[in-house]
Design a protein around this ligand. Structure first.
Ligand code: F6P
Length: 542
């Protein structure tokens, strides 16, 4: 049995070492090693990672790699890729990596070649997408499909919604794409504005097909089509679905032959490459969707085979552990310098926080150390004019990932250079800051100097790629998936379950009928909930 994490020699050594590093400034680290900015870099699957502006020395990195080895990260990676039941609390594999393995590969799990199954479903999806794109698939009145509306929530929404925004320049101009997730009726209403019911295809996505938001939105969408086409119209061509069980679509009127499959070994937050990506496949087309899978797979291969020292997801994961457990960082920020990636922080929030927001180990024991940090962020340069003040001069340490591209996704190249200049400048300002002396030399008014001093020593990674393509996006997302996995491996938590979301759902289903007009029974909640419910009813019914 492995000894407790906090008692291991390497953990203790890291704690002691933190004291050494705590007194070092990035200015000194760069001054004492002029090659640092070239050395502390790594590259894979079209992504270049500069991690030189982190508060680490070569000793820190070596100790973190030792930690990873001693806590069994390489074995855990192999177990995941082999299809072992790494999702221990649910007793199943987490095989999102199989979703993007090329056709030539084979991965047999419990006697089934899952890669074969994946490709047969992908082929079904591609064939359907082609029918829609070519106009062969028509609505009830014979009109061509002109809009695809994805209905789903969490992992059944964030991936396709984020990737569509990111890759919109690759999408068909003939098809509008909309994404509906919230049970707030204004979400669906807003998404349907300007759409023609006779030309709209809904893709209803829910692994469990029991998520109340999705079921209710799918029903409302049905009513919207039916109200326009008449109650006698056959609405079947307007709805396809994605679920763990093909029969599950019948609950919302979708026949099994119009359902696409996701396996129980695919978690919602890592499901973009499964049929959950159907709306993306329809709007982007087969070639671009497969290129996205190719990018994911290139990073998967890198993660599975590269040595720890040059392994991008491992470096990212170990740095996250370093800041969380040794440098006291409670949050992590992600700032893509690409407007097309503006939804990325929301997507990563689910991946990062639903995966590693745990306080129990895989053995069911209380976690020994702090686990997942809070992830947040927004697109640059907008974020600079919003929350960067805190990153530069606040009292908390927030490691930041700055993501940029050498060429624009669309628009003029000139302004794109300005975008990149801002990214590089922010990383520089965060790391090196501005001293009192520098301000003095620049003639700053004496009384403003203490306010204007920039302490620097604020850590950031820069991820740079040539262009935001389907393949680059795939590699980037896989990098974060595996970074999350690497962190969980050190903390010995299960990143693949999410029991913490259950209680709220249960309570909501108990409260929902109590809000209905005419509910006569006594409210038996705590006094706060009872009062809120009463106040809500009064306000609503006034
Ligand atoms: O409530 C959390 C969650 O279970 C996520 O993990 C999942 O991505 C989302 O809900 C949607 O679930 P489903 O695809 O089953 O509707």
């Amino acid at each position: 049995m492995t000894e407790p994490l906090v008692e291991s020699a390497v953990w203790r050594r890291l704690q002691w070492h933190r004291g050494e590093v705590g007194s070092l400034h990035l200015r000194d680290l760069f001054e004492s090693d002029p090659t640092r900015g070239e050395r502390l870099t790594a590259e894979a699957a079209g992504l270049y990672l500069d991690y030189s502006k982190h508060r680490v020395t070569d000793d820190t990195l070596q100790l973190l790699r030792r930690l990873a080895t001693e806590r069994g990260l390489p074995e855990k990676v192999r177990a995941m890729f082999r299809g072992e039941a790494v999702n221990t609390s649910e007793g199943r594999p987490a095989l999102h990596v199989a979703l993007r393995m090329p056709r030539s590969r084979s991965l047999v799990v419990d006697g089934t070649d899952v890669v074969k199954e994946v490709h047969s479903e992908l082929d079904r999806m591609s064939a359907f997408a082609e029918q829609v794109r070519s106009g062969e698939w028509r609505g009830a009145t014979g009109r061509r499909i002109a809009a695809v509306v994805n209905i789903g929530i969490g992992g059944s929404d964030l991936g396709p919604a984020m990737a569509y925004e990111a890759l919109e320049v690759y999408a068909s101009r003939e098809l509008a794409a909309r994404f509906v997730s919230n049970v707030d009726p204004s979400d669906l209403a807003g998404a349907l504005v300007g759409l023609e019911p006779a030309e709209t295809l809904f893709v209803v996505v829910s692994k469990t097909m029991s998520t109340i938001e999705t079921i209710e939105n799918a029903r409302a969408a049905r009513e919207w089509v039916s109200a326009a086409l008449g109650s006698d119209a056959d609405l079947t061509p307007h709805f396809v679905g994605v679920a763990g069980n093909l029969e599950a679509g019948e609950r919302i009127g979708i026949p099994p032959e119009q359902m696409f499959r996701m396996w129980n070994w695919v978690g919602g937050r890592t499901s973009l490459c499964s049929a959950v990506g159907l709306s993306l496949l329809v709007t982007l087309g087969d070639e671009h969707f497969r290129a996205l899978l190719g990018g994911f797979h290139a990073m998967d291969d890198h993660f599975a085979t590269a040595a720890l020292g040059g392994n991008l997801p491992v470096i990212s994961g170990l740095l996250a552990v370093w800041y969380r457990n040794f440098m006291g960082a409670e949050t992590t920020a992600v700032v893509p310098y690409s407007h097309a990636l503006r939804v990325l922080p929301a997507y990563l929030q689910q991946l990062w926080m639903e995966s590693n927001g745990k306080s129990v180990t895989t053995a069911g024991e209380p976690a020994e150390v702090e686990s997942g940090s809070v992830l947040w962020g927004g697109p640059g340069t907008n974020a600079q004019h919003a929350f960067f003040q805190l990153l530069h001069q606040g009292t908390s340490i927030v490691p930041v990932d700055l993501i940029g591209f050498a060429r624009p996704a669309g628009g003029a190249a000139g302004r794109h250079d300005l975008l990149a200049a801002n990214l590089f400048a922010q990383a520089q300002a965060l790391a090196f800051g501005r001293t009192e002396e520098e301000l003095d030399d620049a003639g700053a008014a004496e009384e403003t100097i203490s306010h204007r001093v920039m302490p620097g020593n604020r850590p950031s990674s820069v991820l740079l790629a040539e262009r935001l393509t389907p393949a680059t996006l795939g590699a980037l997302l896989a990098l974060y998936e595996h970074s999350v996995f690497s962190q969980a491996a050190i903390w010995e938590i299960n990143p693949f379950d999410q029991w913490g979301v259950e209680l709220g759902k249960e309570l909501a289903s108990r409260i929902a009928p109590e809000l209905a007009k005419g509910w006569k029974h006594e409210l038996l909640h705590d006094s706060s909930t009872n009062t809120l419910i009463r106040r809500y009813r009064t306000l609503r019914d006034a």
